[in-house]
Design a protein around this ligand. Structure first.
Ligand SMILES: Cc1cc2nc3c(=O)[nH]c(=O)nc-3n(C[C@H](O)[C@H](O)[C@H](O)COP(=O)(O)OP(=O)(O)OC[C@H]3O[C@@H](n4cnc5c(N)ncnc54)[C@H](O)[C@@H]3O)c2cc1C
Length: 462
């Protein structure tokens, strides 16, 4: 989680109610002119119909991209192979923070744009006040700003990175957790950290809401496993946007067949611990632990195993996650924390960083493809920023070329059920219950878990 150096980002000014209303009026005008005239979108002079985009993938990357394309005036169809709950996006911590992703030169601006997008969506509510959610926007209730503490073991404090939230600050020594427990149990040492506020997204509800927003805007969804990007529906699409994550791995022999793509497996435990209202992260050499509060649970993490494809949660790992959390989090936070479930997923990581670019002739058949995959542990963090960049490329595509001619090709569709599941939940099965009881017992028995009552005031949600 190294933070590249650069200047502090500028602050974000809150919008007044008046400006919000004015902006909404402007937005309404744009939408009305679209549907009534059926004209091309702003900046797209060609053709008499809307340009058509085919988005492959309905994870966080695909859905945000589909929505932004719609807002830019494209007709959108989303093709996806898996159900939502079988995706890594569904179980993701949803915490805004660039993590396990390469190439900060590109990730930084994507992350910053995404932070701004979450914030402006929250502030678009006339009822916005710090710490509240925006119930006016579908899915708005799933996004909340949280206080965050990130600890590390860096020998020297780097400057505040250029993608940092405006309030990011270095932590004082009095804010660092007591070092003795961690050092005694794990031989690790926290040297410093950062404090800031950041969006935390409750992914299951948020994905549902994004999907609904795309559907409400006239977007279509098709559940079908593609063997080729050029087979994506509809066949008259002017541009195909590839947001298929690990579906592009060469192991599956389909889509982009990208040798730079690889999975980073991660496992988490969902617990009931209502007093955890802050995000805590320890990213130390040989020791990772974090707690991300959601409305219904706290997500306790985590692990990161390169090139590991097994998506089933593992009992030993779950135990280790809980023990590390008990050693790291403020005393008493994990006492009696009821285990609600286990989840593991595969981060779509890519050597050299996420691929976001135009691929003019992916198979020599003349269909334009924009790739957007390989966001590793930062797919949510980069989502809106990447979607904006994809839209800019797509606009250029339809501006420079005549509208595409319909090209039906249904002959080579493969409906085989060899889907790329990227996430697995264990909630209600018998094995999950056994695992839960067993871990609870072993954590309570002692291990490294401290058991005294909380010694400090519990933080309140602002
Ligand atoms: C434990 C854990 C915690 C995480 N926490 C965070 C966090 O706090 N913040 C953060 O930013 N990120 C986090 N991540 C990472 C984040 O979850 C991913 O980066 C992100 O979900 C990737 O989204 P995606 O849309 O690219 O992929 P996916 O969610 O995997 O979606 C891929 C889509 O492509 C479709 N597809 C694939 N192949 C085909 C095909 N052949 N035909 C048709 N459709 C196809 C799938 O059906 C699916 O709809 C975490 C990940 C893990 C494992």
């Amino acid at each position: 989680m190294a933070m590249p150096s650069s200047a502090l980002v500028s602050g974000i000014l809150p919008l007044s109610h008046r400006r919000v209303c004015a902006r909404r009026r402007r937005q309404r005008v744009v939408v009305a002119s679209w549907s009534s005239a059926g004209a091309t979108p702003p900046g797209v002079p060609t053709g008499t119909r809307k340009p058509v985009a085919s988005v492959v993938g309905a994870g966080i990357v695909g859905l945000t991209t589909a929505l932004r394309l719609q807002e830019a005036g494209f007709d959108v169809t989303v093709t996806h192979a898996e159900d939502e709950h079988d995706l890594v996006s569904h179980g993701s911590g949803g915490f805004w923070f660039p993590y396990l992703v390469e190439n900060m030169d590109r990730v930084g601006p994507w992350a910053k744009a995404t932070y701004d997008a979450f914030l402006s969506e929250m502030r678009a509510s006339p009822f916005y006040k710090p710490g509240s959610v925006n119930k006016d926007v579908p899915g708005g209730e799933c996004v909340r700003m949280r206080d965050v503490l990130v600890f590390d073991d860096l020998p020297r404090r780097p400057p505040v990175p250029n993608w940092a939230p405006p309030d990011m600050r270095k932590l004082g020594t009095d804010e660092l957790p007591p070092l003795d427990d961690l050092f005694d149990a794990y031989g690790v040492h926290i040297s410093g950290g950062w404090g800031f506020r950041a969006p935390v997204v409750e992914m299951p509800g948020y994905l549902r809401a994004l999907r609904q927003r795309v559907a409400d805007g006239g977007g279509k969804f098709e559940k079908r496993q593609l063997t080729s990007l050029t087979d994506a529906a509809p066949h008259n699409a002017d541009v195909v946007v590839n947001c298929a994550g690990l579906g592009n791995h060469e192991r599956h022999g389909r889509l982009a067949r990208d040798p730079a793509l690889y999975p980073i497996r991660g496992q988490v435990v969902k617990v009931k611990a209502p007093h955890v209202q802050q995000v805590f992260v320890a990213d130390l050499d040989g020791f990772t632990s974090y707690a991300i509060p959601r409305g219904d649970c706290v997500i306790i993490g985590g692990t990161h195993d390169d090139d590991e494809w097994d998506i089933m949660p593992d009992r030993d790992e779950a135990e280790a996650i809980m023990k590390r959390a008990a050693a790291f989090l403020p005393r008493g936070y994990m006492d009696n924390a009821e285990i609600l479930g286990h989840w593991s997923g595969l981060r779509p990581a890519r050597r050299g960083g996420a691929r976001l670019e135009l691929d003019d002739e992916p198979d020599g058949k003349g269909r334009r493809v924009v790739h957007c995959y390989g966001h590793g542990g930062a797919g949510v963090t980069c989502s809106w920023g990447c979607a904006d960049e994809v839209v800019n490329i797509c606009r250029e595509c339809v501006k420079d070329t005549p509208m595409a001619v319909a090209r039906p090709r249904v002959d080579d569709r493969d409906q085989s059920n060899n889907a790329v599941r990227t996430g697995a939940d264990v909630r209600s099965s018998k094995s999950a219950q056994i695992l839960k009881d067993w871990i609870l017992k072993s954590v309570k028995k002692g291990g490294v878990a401290p058991t005294p009552k909380p010694q400090e005031p519990l933080p309140q949600e602002r």
